[in-house]
Write a protein that binds this ligand. Structure first.
Ligand SMILES: *Cc1c(COP(=O)(O)O)cnc(C)c1O
Length: 425
């Protein structure tokens, strides 16, 4: 499928006049339409709720849009809890799915009334001391081994640091009941960025079967089952996108096969998707500022891996559109690079693209999730702005770009004189 940016060259040129590149751009219309489709896919389940994984795109404006669409927040750190609270998203609209959790994070999550999803059996005592055991509590399951689907091995839960073993799940539910817990949730995250409609149904089968056994053997009231994240997006143009409606139907079939006959037809489902909710609806916008002809052909951009690190750390593919040249032949082979002193700082290697001229705007696709969020300050690079393309077509800055003052704010300014003023009017 041909990948098309959600802005035109003309729109983007207007935005760039106001906000210089590089920046992350988000598509409100696309976000809302996709969110509605997700809800529709699971509308057959009465209690269904998506808890957006805040870590994917931690911006309060984005969280607010998703909250308006009925989503809660999946948080896993102190500051993610803060952002959620700032957006008025509290109580059972927060799923706190954390691991190796510091005491004060449990305390804060309990204070907000968040649903706690425990990552380990030893966290029961820890939570009891730091916040207390709530009436509703969830445990994260890790079946170990490899998680396979009909199209091959998908992931390796046996190597993952997360979750409780099968035996520990039973033990944990018994202990939690003794300590006063009344309602239970079960959570698992067994594969990441799955581009197949099979993942959620296959995961649901594992969790639903476990839920029936847990109920039978411990008498626990299973209130919800959390399919977590892992639903992927087609980063490559030759991949078929997931069909969330088909995924919802696939989960429904398993629900009716396993939970309904067990008298558990009132169990609510939840999800904690991040990538699927935001990934395609964000792009990194950068300008081509250098071309270099040595052993290879290089295009140097004003963005770098500090703005989007997935290609540098995972070798991940991100599609690139040269704005205004969508219909020109891809007859030039380029490495598209950033300016970090790291040879891995390449958005694309040996990529066939139309001829790029200096000043061309590049749209780097599918940067809406785990994009800005994974940014860092190596080489003293400043984090870029985040801009929202609103439904009415206007652009709104939802986070300004960092300044040198931001970067150096944690030094004691009284001991050194940083040359800030000289660089500003
Ligand atoms: C990262 C994460 C998610 C979101 O994962 P995606 O692949 O972005 O859908 C959900 N839940 C937990 C606990 C996570 O760590």
């Amino acid at each position: 499928m041909k990948k098309k940016p959600f802005v035109t060259k003309e729109q983007l040129e207007d935005i760039v006049k106001q906000y210089p590149t590089p920046f992350h751009l988000y598509d409100e219309k696309g976000i809302r339409e996709n969110a509605r489709k997700v809800k529709q896919a699971f509308s057959w389940n009465k209690g269904y709720k998506e808890y957006f994984a805040v870590k994917a795109t931690p911006n309060p404006y984005i969280l607010q849009i998703l909250h308006e669409e009925g989503f809660g927040c999946d948080c896993s750190s102190f500051t993610e809890l803060m952002m959620s609270e700032a957006c008025g998203i509290t109580g059972e609209e927060i799923m706190f799915s954390s691991n190796a959790t510091p005491a004060k994070e449990f305390e804060y999550a309990r204070e907000l009334g968040a649903i706690i999803n425990l990552d380990d059996i030893t966290h029961i005592d820890f939570l009891e001391q730091h916040g207390g055991i709530p009436e509703t509590i969830s445990c994260r399951y890790n079946p170990g081994g490899v998680f396979k689907m009909s199209n091959g091995i998908m992931d390796n839960p046996g190597d993952a640091k997360y979750g409780l073993t099968t035996e520990q799940m039973f033990e944990a539910f018994r202990i939690l009941k003794q300590k006063g817990a009344k309602h239970f949730g079960i959570h698992a995250f067994l594969a990441s960025n799955t581009v197949t409609n099979e993942y959620y149904p296959a995961l649901a089968k594992v969790l639903f079967e476990l839920a029936v056994k847990l109920k039978e053997e411990t008498g626990a009231d299973i209130k919800f089952i959390n399919l977590s994240g892992g639903v992927g997006i087609p980063y490559r143009p030759d991949q078929d996108p997931n069909d969330i409606l088909a995924i919802g139907e696939g989960v429904r079939k398993v629900y009716e096969e396993i939970l309904v006959p067990a008298g558990m037809g009132d169990v609510a489902l939840c999800t904690e998707m991040g990538r699927f909710i935001l990934g395609p609806y964000g792009g990194l916008i950068t300008t081509a500022i250098h071309e270099k002809h040595t052993h290879k052909e290089y295009i140097g951009c004003d963005a770098c891996a500090a703005n989007l690190m997935r290609p540098a750390i995972y070798g991940a593919y991100h599609h690139i559109t040269v704005m205004g040249k969508e219909n020109e032949p891809c007859d030039h082979k380029y490495d598209v690079t950033g300016s970090l002193c790291e040879n891995s700082d390449k958005f694309a290697i040996d990529r066939m693209l139309p001829k790029i001229d200096m000043g061309d705007l590049l749209f780097i696709h599918d940067a809406g999730a785990h994009g800005f969020a994974m940014g860092y300050n190596y080489n003293g690079k400043l984090r870029s702005a985040e801009i929202l393309l609103q439904e009415d077509g206007s652009a709104k800055m939802i986070r300004r770009a960092e300044t040198p003052e931001d970067l150096y704010a944690t030094f004691d300014f009284s001991e050194f004189k940083f040359p800030f003023d000289r660089w500003y009017e």
